[in-house]
Design a protein around this ligand. Structure first.
Ligand code: NPG
Length: 373
């Protein structure tokens, strides 16, 4: 299909709940939404980069720059017949996986629509429902956290992930475990600790956690292997896995027992699937992370999570856990069994509410630019 038009827009949405992690708090989310048009069809993708370089070096600003100046020009007017070709065209550009993924996602949606196939099947997914987990940010008090967890469990979420940081860790997990002894529970440190903090992890080891996510450096794989060797609880890597080669290395040296795959973090669905395959071949389960995406990014994540080795509930919650009104129709809703349904229509399988997008838009540009009248 010849790519005729690429649209980049920045939107801002208010979150239902303020979300605090070890690197900061946010009440609104900015996202770059990419739209590609070809042969009368449209595909959408979402960039997961944040406003500032806190989770990764990429930001809304850097991703717009790289998309506009380097990525879109490599696709516009070109024939693209497989998602792999997108990666080939982007290969000369170093880094910037979140920017690359946003455009790759849009092409996946487009090509799956052209094939009349749901994105999940197009990727090789097998499930029609995926297990839903909830990630709960750092709260102003322990009581507020317990109440929040209670509410989410009442809605049917299947596992709870707590954000931790020094000063909000062992005491908090102990209180949550006491109140909810059987809930599948895990913690995510977003790189807030060092190997010297071994004592904290030894204490966390006693709470029957599903895993401890990214405790050490955001770019570290080696020290995680040292920590993993001293713990019973599995470590999970997120920030430091960007490629299938990273995953192979981490598993080879025993850095973790599970990997969080975020397709936006790893440059798109082609690399995400390759990481899935590396882990599957070694019997290591994976799960799908989230970055507070709108329904557009969520639809790509849900499609990915339908692959067979996504054996643990992901950070895939219903639309209303994030936003009062999502930009897609229908929004993702939690089934009574604690799952999200994988859309069965062509492409991402949901329609995008362009009118709402317009209202949320802060900036907008098209490639090629519109002709002067
Ligand atoms: O449910 O989408 C979600 C949020 C899951 O905790 C979550 N994401 O570190 O994985 C993370 C964290 C995050 C959110 C990171 C926003 C960066 C930005």
């Amino acid at each position: 299909m010849r790519i005729e038009r690429i649209e980049l827009r920045t939107i801002r949405m208010d979150l239902v709940h303020r979300f605090e992690t070890s690197f900061g708090a946010e009440s609104t989310r900015h996202a770059v939404i990419v739209r590609v048009d070809a042969g009368g069809l449209t595909g959408y993708g979402e960039c997961v980069a944040g406003l500032g370089p806190w989770y990764s070096y990429e930001t809304v600003g850097t991703s717009l720059h790289v998309l506009r100046e380097y990525l879109a020009p490599r696709l516009i007017g070109q024939d693209v017949d497989s998602p792999e070709q997108v990666g080939d065209r982007f290969a000369p550009i170093r880094g910037h996986p979140m920017a690359k993924a946003a455009l790759e996602f849009a092409v996946w949606d487009l090509l799956a629509r052209a094939a009349g196939t749901p994105l999940a099947r197009f990727l090789g997914g097998e499930r029609d429902r995926v297990d839903s987990g909830v990630s709960i940010g750092i709260q102003p008090s322990l009581d507020a956290l317990l109440e929040r967890i209670d509410g989410f469990l009442g809605q049917g979420y299947r596992r709870v992930k707590l954000k931790i940081k020094p000063g909000w860790d062992v005491r908090v997990v102990a209180a949550v475990r006491e109140r909810f002894p059987d809930v599948p529970l895990m913690v995510d440190a977003n790189s807030a600790y060092r190997l010297d903090d071994l004592d904290v992890f030894r204490q966390l080891d006693d709470f029957d956690l599903l895993m401890i996510e990214q405790p050490l450096g955001h770019d570290d794989i080696y020290e995680h292997s040292k920590l993993q060797a001293r713990l019973r609880t599995r470590l999970c890597l997120d920030e430091s896995i960007h490629t299938a080669a990273d995953a192979r290395f981490a598993l080879e040296i025993g850095s973790c027992g599970v990997i969080n795959i975020k397709p936006g973090r790893v440059g798109g669905l082609v690399e995400a699937r390759a990481i899935h395959d590396v882990c599957r071949a070694r019997g290591i389960p994976v799960w799908c992370g989230g970055m507070l995406e709108t329904g557009i990014g969520r639809a790509h994540n849900v499609a990915l999570a339908s692959l067979p080795n996504f054996r643990l509930p992901g950070d895939l919650s219903a639309s209303d856990r994030y936003y009062a009104r999502d930009v897609i129709d229908p929004p993702f809703a939690l089934n009574p069994d604690g799952t999200l349904s994988v859309p069965s229509g062509p492409g991402i399988g949901v329609s995008v509410d362009e009118e709402l997008l317009d209202r949320l838009t802060l900036s907008h540009e098209t490639i090629p630019p519109p002709r002067a009248p």
